[in-house]
Design a protein around this ligand. Structure first.
Ligand code: FNR
Length: 380
């Protein structure tokens, strides 16, 4: 058991990997190669993935000591709700690729740890099935816009009815990235049926299926997933359709952050999709400071891409993120040990964050935001 004054006690088996590289290696041992490579890999030559890591490694912080850190408060507030930890589960599609319990295992872990959970459009289980597991837990619904817009509006309405608290519209996936790893071995998880959860139960999708619009549901999903026609004009329509807060995921340019605010958006996620979409993009962490500057506290700014340790989370929070979304690490935890694995990963990240805050002389999120960072120039 790992335990100290503020760290939460958590039982972790000796053989459960602690650092990210070991997590990845263990997941590789367990998963079929295609499933593993789909999770690990990125777009093109994986320059964006490398830039994510380089960005984290190029920031160093200067601790200020002899502050009382005998009690550490890691709580945050989002859309009027308070959470004990500054983390969010990033939306990750098709969790049955890692474990038969898929998203059901993840939401169980999320609700036990009281960490908000963002469910993907292309989940293996439907948004209703996931909500049923933890009706009172805070859930967001991540929307991939559909070519047939009524399907998107139908999914928003279903998410609202099932108690989801926000819509996360992902805007960096107008088409799927050029994923060389998947292409090399001709791996297409979408065509394997793992993404069906939200589609097969959707009334509009089903109507089109029965009307013969698609030959089968996989055909229908594939037809709907690319949405290169999505523009700023849609945001107004989406805002009109729902009372829920709408966040945009995939913001990197401060001009887009300004446009988002002008469009009445309720929150942003600074992200390059973990380097899976567009290759040759700046590290997500390098985009963060300019965005928090223009947003200036008007809406929450969340962050993801490349957060693989408690120290990484510390740096993103110090650079102004209001919360940090975790992607690949929990997915590897799911592959290794299901719900328990997801909990282990998140608790390791959390306990390392608490240790880092204590050693760095910061006892709250407010103080963490005042930490001085130095950027070294170690770009490749
Ligand atoms: C993702 N991500 C993602 N994002 C999204 O909006 N909808 C989705 O369905 C998915 N699916 C998905 C699958 C897999 C296997 C991964 C690894 C990622 C992106 C995710 O939300 C997040 O932006 C990244 O995972 C963050 O980068 P790191 O933390 O994985 O480096």
């Amino acid at each position: 058991t790992i335990q100290s004054k503020d760290k939460e006690p958590h039982e972790i088996k000796q053989d459960f990997p602690v650092n990210f590289d070991n997590l990845e290696a263990k997941a590789k041992e367990i998963l079929p190669l295609g499933n593993f490579e789909y999770i690990r890999g990125g777009a093109g030559q994986e320059q964006t993935m490398r830039n994510n890591r380089i960005a984290f490694e190029s920031y160093a912080f200067i601790p200020q000591l002899l502050n009382d850190t005998s009690s550490i408060d890691t709580s945050i507030s989002l859309f009027g709700i308070s959470f004990p930890k500054p983390f969010i589960f990033a939306p990750v599609g098709m969790n049955m690729l890692e474990h038969p319990d898929g998203e059901l295992a993840v939401i169980r872990a999320a609700s036990k740890l009281n960490i908000p959970y963002a469910l993907s459009t292309v989940s293996s289980y439907s948004l209703e099935e996931v909500a049923e597991v933890a009706p009172d837990h805070t859930k967001f619904f991540q929307l991939y816009w559909s070519k047939e817009e009524e399907i998107s509006f139908s999914m928003i309405s279903r998410a609202e009815a099932a108690g989801y608290r926000a819509i996360v519209l992902t805007i960096d996936t107008t088409v799927s990235g050029w994923r060389t790893g998947d292409l090399k071995i001709n791996f297409s998880p979408l065509s394997q049926g793992f993404a069906k959860g939200n589609y097969v139960n959707d009334p509009i999708f089903r109507k089109n299926l029965l009307n013969g619009s698609y030959e089968n549901y996989i055909d229908g999903i594939l037809k709907n997933i690319d949405h290169a026609h999505l523009t700023w004009a849609h945001i107004e329509k989406i805002k009109k359709h729902t009372k829920l807060p709408v966040l945009l995921k995939g913001i990197l340019h401060p001009n887009d952050a300004v446009k988002a605010l002008e469009s009445g958006i309720d929150g942003l996620i600074v992200s390059n999709h973990g380097g899976r979409q567009l290759d040759g993009v700046i590290g997500s962490l390098d985009a963060l400071p300019n965005i928090t500057k223009v947003v200036n506290g008007r809406v929450p700014v969340l962050f993801d891409s490349g957060v693989y340790s408690g120290v990484d989370a510390f740096k993103a929070l110090a650079l102004g993120a209001d919360a940090v979304c975790i992607g690949r690490p929990y997915v590897y935890g799911l592959a290794i040990a299901g719900e328990q694995g997801v909990q282990n990963v998140m608790m390791n990240l959390y306990n390392e964050l608490v240790t880092t805050m204590t050693l760095a002389g910061t006892s709250s999120m407010e103080e963490l935001k005042k930490v001085e960072l130095v950027k070294r120039n170690n770009q490749m």
